[in-house]
Design a protein around this ligand. Structure first.
Ligand SMILES: C[S@@+](CC[C@H](N)C(=O)[O-])C[C@H]1O[C@@H](n2cnc3c(N)ncnc32)[C@H](O)[C@@H]1O
Length: 256
């Protein structure tokens, strides 16, 4: 077994996270640069140190997860969501069950809550937001962001839903209350069901093809018939019908 394979087995035993389901070249490169920076010679030394050093373990988690996010990331797609997808979903159900999977630091589920609030009182908006990374979700719950996370946010939305505090922007409490954060590993934990809308963007690109196939099927099962699966702008599904989806719009798939 190679040094990296052994590391994968150790990490799985320690955390339940299966690095074998992430694209190997990318993940290995990212983690190698971390252990070299920390002065270790190989994955074995790195794992042993991680076992005793909680801070190092958190750095490892940080490096493997990649938490980059933004409000209204790829703004044109969110416009399609608001103008076309949500009105159509609301024709069937007055209350929508919505999941932001791999929500990182909260920009995505808060964007969802902001958009949904244009259709119903905020007290009726409820978004489930999940991620494998506790640190990212702790930041999400704080709801404080740098200006660069808001570069796609329209001025009127900024005024209505954020409070400027020095160099930062704080999301208002009414939006915060509409989002429930929960730890969830997409590659290991069971999925809830009966969703009208699942948003899972910019995480599937890190997974192996096999892991992705499995996940498309699981997301399909988690949706109601007619429910929508919204993916990232580099994450087109090449054969949606194989997973029970049809194309609703670019990067939006409808459960058949
Ligand atoms: C690049 S961020 C994407 C954030 C947001 N969805 C967006 O598009 O802006 C990727 C997120 O996926 C999360 N992630 C990685 N592996 C995961 C897994 N197995 N289960 C759940 N979340 C995972 C990371 O912690 C990180 O927060």
């Amino acid at each position: 077994m190679s040094d990296y394979q052994q590391f994968i087995a150790n990490v799985k035993r320690k955390t339940g996270i299966d690095l074998a389901l992430y694209k190997e070249a990318q993940m290995k490169r990212r983690l190698t640069s971390l252990y070299e920076k920390k002065g270790f010679k190989n994955f074995d030394e790195f794992f042993r140190a991680m076992n005793h050093d909680q801070a190092l373990f958190h750095e490892f988690l940080d490096r493997m997860t990649i938490n980059v996010s933004e409000f209204f990331r790829n703004a044109k797609r969110w416009e399609v969501l608001e103008k076309k997808i949500i009105p159509k979903l609301l024709e069937k159900n007055k209350r929508l069950k919505v999941w932001s999977a791999a929500c990182s630091t909260g920009e995505e589920p808060y964007t969802l809550a902001i958009i949904l609030s244009k259709f119903m009182p905020l007290s009726q908006v409820s978004v489930l937001a999940t991620d494998i990374d506790d640190n990212a979700m702790a930041r999400a719950k704080l709801g404080i962001y740098m200006e660069r996370s808001l570069q796609e946010v329209p001025e009127d939305v900024k005024k209505k839903f954020f409070v400027k505090e020095g160099a930062h922007y704080k999301i208002i409490d009414d939006i915060k209350r509409a989002v429930t954060f929960k730890k969830h590993n997409l590659l290991a934990d069971p999925f809830d069901t009966n969703f009208d809308l699942i948003v899972c963007r910019n995480v599937l690109i890190y997974f192996t093809e096999e892991a992705k196939h499995e996940l498309y099927l699981k997301f399909n099962r988690a949706l109601r018939p007619g429910g929508i699966f919204f993916v990232g702008s580099t994450e087109q599904i090449f054969n949606p019908a194989a997973y029970g989806f049809e194309v609703e719009d670019t990067f939006f798939y409808r459960k058949m």
